[in-house]
Design a protein around this ligand. Structure first.
Ligand code: PAN
Ligand code: ZN
Length: 191
């Protein structure tokens, strides 16, 4: 094989999740970008919910590994903790790992036929998200939730399925902390 890519190194700040050098623009997700993902209509359109700093490979190809840092701000929307939109991979069988850096949260995972699994995210967790599992991360703490992700380069993100079918569970703030509730709007993707 005659490689076309040169090796490269990036410095990941293990607390903040920032990347140096930053090779691609930060993607910001405000409440206004999240319509249809929270159960309630987001009331503060200009409030930042999370941001993603990508570390892209040059090609979106299965021979390469795409990475990113995600930083979810603490907060709630009508009692639901701040979270990512969540997605299945467009190429459903593509897997991913998340490495927790700081803060406290949950990784919700669900299959198209409605099986669910909830895993913790905090400094040092390494979550393996197998192909076929939709995934959404939720900040249940009072500090930003920061994690690093690495996934197969051509995975792609399918948001439309999650937007129309929802996730089986919601993570809501209760007096004693986070509670999982059934999502009244959830509809299985397949049986
Ligand atoms: C992650 C996510 C990131 C943001 O890198 O893309 O945490 O979440 P949403 O993509 O759901 O907005 C990942 O799972 N990539 O495949
Ligand atoms: Zn993913």
């Amino acid at each position: 094989m005659n490689p076309t890519l040169e090796p490269f190194t990036t410095i990941l700040d293990l607390d903040l999740g920032t990347l140096e050098p930053q090779r691609a623009a930060t993607q910001y997700r405000y409440q206004r970008d999240m319509d249809g993902f929270f159960l309630a209509s987001p009331p503060a359109p200009d409030e930042l919910v999370y941001r993603v700093i990508p570390l892209p490979p040059p090609q979106k190809h299965y021979t390469e590994i795409a990475c990113s840092t995600t930083i979810i701000e603490p907060g709630t929307v009508d009692g639901e903790y701040h979270m990512t939109k969540g997605h299945f991979h467009e190429k459903r069988d593509r897997s991913e790992i998340y490495i927790g850096l700081s803060g406290e949260g949950m990784l919700l995972q669900a299959t198209e036929d409605g099986r669910t699994q909830v895993e913790p995210i905090r400094r040092g967790t390494v979550n393996y998200v197998p192909g076929g599992w939709g995934h959404r991360s939720v900040n249940t703490g009072s500090e930003p939730l920061v994690f690093f992700a690495a996934y197969i380069g051509d995975a792609g993100q399918d948001y439309a399925t999650i937007r129309s079918h929802g996730f089986p569970q919601l993570v809501c703030a209760d007096a004693d902390g986070p509670v999982l509730r059934d999502n009244p709007r959830y509809a299985r993707v397949s049986s």
